[in-house]
Design a protein around this ligand. Structure first.
Ligand code: ARG
Length: 466
């Protein structure tokens, strides 16, 4: 058992079960590089402000660099008795450079240290997620571009409603993932605030320069209130909310792929390399990837719920409950990245059954609204036209025909205003192309939307590369 840095006032040793219970090292060791980078910045600031000597700072920094290397080479021993990553690194530093290591913790506390580490970690991961979303949005536009001629039924209540372009349907997901990207960008503003120097909760008596530390660590802003700095986890809640919304989108896409790849729909076929078989039924090809993405969405919502529940009754400022933040945050980050990544790989390989989709638009009276609109153009009020077409649908159902399969005379029996030109109105392709209202499904609109998306993506790629 190692000696604790805080055990001065204790007469009994910590019970091993308490050590195991309070330890978070298995989870927070992931923060090691942020912790070390933060400590190095802190060290440089202490030296700059002559709180420690330049010589001491250089010894500490060399020691910290060496510890980082040991961890990266798998030569570092992690041990429950040292609670968390901060204690591990500090204790290792004492072992490495001697007593001077004890100066590192001047003018800070683990409370502001852990807040800094998590912010550094989440800043990087949020950017990684934005980059992954960029790839996903790109893949969606690719898929949309190569399927511009494919028509399928659009659904409401999962009942065939009106024909739409598959590309229009896909570009709906582009919109969702673009909003997700904006949400993550917005999160970054609140993550990107530097809390170090708030110390335990009240600030410190040392003449520190928090802006100096923030500059080194590339934070545009320092936190304004020391109590808030160590007790604020809004930025995690906000990130998890955005992650949850993004998982909703991935889950809806998954649900559609599960449905669409069923024999009942047959709209798509998943690539063999992204599907799995059954251990008992030889004929099965299961959509496990979308199913798992759909299932994992629930886990991310749970992470958000855990965080909200954990924070809601905490008095200011830091409370140990808050140590539970990291497990749920890391879980959500891993899941979200994994789900976006698998979709980036799978979507380009999706087989689209064009004929089945187009065929599906010819059954189910998808042209009923257009027939009503036609009657309106002949001067009938919409409600009346609606009822007239309703009657025609009832009649066609009896005859086991579609509206466009009725003869002109049959159609005329529902309204004398119907003429030969009705058949063009009832044509699926015509129905699509007439929907030119901004945001509607005409090919012209969808091509313009895809082009605009490409331009936006191009700009984003350039921003990332500069
Ligand atoms: N492992 C702790 C956490 O993650 C670090 C802060 C501990 N602070 C304390 N006063 N015990 O929250």
């Amino acid at each position: 058992m190692s000696k604790k840095t805080w055990d001065g006032r204790f007469s009994d040793k910590t019970d091993p079960s308490v050590e195991a219970f309070t330890s978070s090292i298995d989870i927070d060791k992931r923060l090691y590089s942020c912790d070390i980078e933060g400590s190095i910045a802190h060290c440089r600031m202490l030296a700059e402000k002559s709180i420690i000597t330049k010589e001491d700072a250089s010894v500490l920094i060399k020691g910290l660099d060496a510890i980082k290397e040991e961890i990266e080479k798998g030569k570092f021993r992690f041990d429950d008795s040292m609670e968390d990553i901060h204690m591990h690194i500090e204790t290792a530093l004492v072992r490495k450079v001697g007593k001077v290591a004890l100066k590192l913790h001047t003018a800070r506390s683990r409370n502001d240290q852990v807040a800094l580490d998590v912010r550094m970690y989440l800043k990087e991961e949020t950017l990684n997620i934005i980059k992954l979303l960029l790839k996903l949005r790109n893949v969606i536009v690719d898929l949309s571009d190569i399927n511009m001629d494919v028509i399928l039924p659009g659904y409401t209540h999962l009942q065939r409603a009106q024909p739409v372009l598959l590309s229009h349907h896909l570009m709906a997901y582009y919109e969702m993932f673009s909003r997700d990207k904006e949400r993550f960008n917005d999160c970054l503003k609140r993550i990107n605030v530097m809390p170090l120097g708030s110390a335990a909760l009240a600030g410190t008596t040392y003449p520190i320069d928090r802006d100096y530390t923030a500059d080194i660590l590339n934070f545009p802003k320092v936190s304004a209130n020391s109590i808030d700095s160590v007790s604020d986890r809004d930025f995690i809640i906000e990130f998890l909310s955005s992650a949850s919304i993004c998982m909703v989108h991935l889950s809806r896409l998954s649900e559609e792929l599960v449905l669409w790849s069923s024999s009942e729909f047959g709209f798509v076929e998943l690539p063999d390399s992204f599907a799995t078989g059954s251990s008992i039924m030889p004929q099965k090809k299961n959509p496990d990837v979308p199913e798992l993405v759909r299932g994992k969405a629930g886990r991310v919502f749970g992470d958000l719920m855990a965080m909200l529940s954990m924070m809601k009754s905490l008095p200011l400022a830091y409370n140990r409950d808050m140590q539970e933040d990291k497990g749920v945050l890391f879980d959500a980050v891993d899941i979200l990245k994994g789900c976006i990544d698998i979709y980036v790989k799978m979507l380009p390989k999706l087989k689209i059954n064009k004929e089945v989709m187009i065929q599906a638009t010819s059954v189910g009276f998808l042209n009923a609204t257009d027939m009503a609109d036609y009657l309106v153009s002949q001067g009938i009020p919409f409600r009346e036209a609606h009822s007239c077409v309703g009657k025609a649908v009832g009649y066609a159902l009896d005859k086991k025909k579609e509206l466009n399969e009725l003869s002109l005379d049959e159609l005329k029996s529902f309204s004398s205003l119907i003429k030969e030109d009705i058949f063009a109105v009832l044509d699926t392709r015509e129905m699509i192309e007439r929907r030119k209202s901004f945001g509607g499904t005409s090919t012209e609109n969808v091509k313009a939307a895809a082009k605009k998306a490409r331009q936006d993506l191009e700009k984003e790629i350039q921003r990332f590369s500069t």
